[in-house]
Design a protein around this ligand. Structure first.
Ligand code: AMP
Length: 254
């Protein structure tokens, strides 16, 4: 079984986000970039399936700038077999490369690679769109199982447990299918130094987004990006009466 894992290069989750002064987006120059955390979980799951003898090949794919090959190498150091970089100078964010364009490009790659399963993050932590997996499955006409907290492969089918409001839901989907990962699916491994060295020699295919027959006109317009309002300082009150008085007369919430 061949597994394809789409991965996105995002601002590292430990970085304190700064908004550009013209409010046109998030500052990403001289900022640490990393693999989207949900995509690390997707790679880990694919590697575990390979280690369990259920998968034979793992291909990681990213659409992004030339520099995005760093995350493909990280994914290969974690255990993916080869990478595909679809380069573009277009900004990978709302108003630039939108989830629908990413999904269309992935569809074209998938028709060529013919994987049996796509495992991808439920959400990219930069745009928080949570759309690409769902759009991809619709474009391919494949079943989808989103927000997976457990995946079992059995007889050409995937049993996927999902965390829903009321508890856990288990879906059985026929392969090929698109599965998106939730936080509790697994804990991704750290790549060891020998594996980082080995990953440098794994095959990495370079393609251009402009070579795909995809309309690159944005459908979304980014109006502005703003910081959340600053939290005002708290106050310690000395007794319940004072608290009630403030809630009634200052905050006017009761
Ligand atoms: P989103 O719909 O933007 O929240 O992203 C959901 C998932 O789609 C991510 O976790 C990735 O697996 C995949 N994805 C999004 N953008 C890209 C990209 N530029 N290249 C490859 N995969 C992507």
């Amino acid at each position: 079984m061949k597994i394809l894992v789409p991965v996105k290069r995002v601002v590292d989750y430990n970085v304190k986000i700064r908004i550009k002064s013209d409010q046109s987006g998030v500052e990403d120059s001289n900022v640490k970039m990393s693999l989207n955390p949900f995509d690390e979980i997707a790679i880990e799951e694919a590697v575990r399936l390979k280690e369990a003898g259920k998968a034979s090949e793992i291909i990681v794919v990213t659409i992004g700038p030339e520099k995005a090959q760093d995350i493909l190498r990280t994914a290969m150091a974690m255990g993916a077999d080869r990478g595909v970089l679809v380069s573009t100078d277009l900004k990978i964010d709302l108003g630039g490369i939108e989830p629908l364009m990413v999904a269309k490009c992935l569809k074209a790659l998938i028709e060529n690679e013919k994987p049996d399963m796509v495992i991808m993050g439920k959400q990219a932590i930069d745009d928080d769109s949570n759309q690409t997996g769902q759009m991809l499955s619709a474009l391919l006409g494949w079943p989808q199982a989103t927000f997976a907290s457990n995946i079992e492969i059995d007889n050409g089918q995937a049993n996927v447990t999902r965390e829903v409001d009321g508890g856990l839901e288990t879906l059985k989907v026929a392969l090929p299918a698109v599965v998106t990962t939730d936080l509790r699916l697994n804990e991704p491994r750290y790549a060891s130094l020998p594996n980082i060295m080995k990953a440098k020699k794994k095959p990495l295919d370079n393609k251009q987004l402009s070579d795909f027959n995809i309309k690159l006109t944005p459908r979304l317009k980014l109006v502005s990006v703003e910081e959340p309002p600053k939290r005002e300082g708290g106050e310690i009150v000395s007794n319940v009466d004072e608290l009630l008085d403030k809630l009634k007369n200052e905050a006017k919430v009761i």
